[in-house]
Design a protein around this ligand. Sequence first.
Ligand code: ZN
Length: 84
Amino acid sequence: MALVALGHSQCRICDRVIRDGDEYIGFSDFGPEPGDPSWMTDFVDAAVHRACFVAWDKRDVFLEHLNAALRLSPDASGLVSRLR
Ligand SMILES: [Zn+2]
């Protein structure tokens, strides 16, 4: 899990600081692979606001590669429920 310092860590999508009370998602070192988009490495041990993640235009591509890297089994919607 990412180390998040509330009031200091920045969201990797909007670059704003993640503050106490913000809903956020932290990612572990999920081990991006050579065929993954280069921007995937920006999210290793990083955090994003939940609202930014939900609205992010790269969300589905990110989840596809993240799920493959973590060898997770998405549900029928194609997503892992805890990341929705
Ligand atoms: Zn954000």
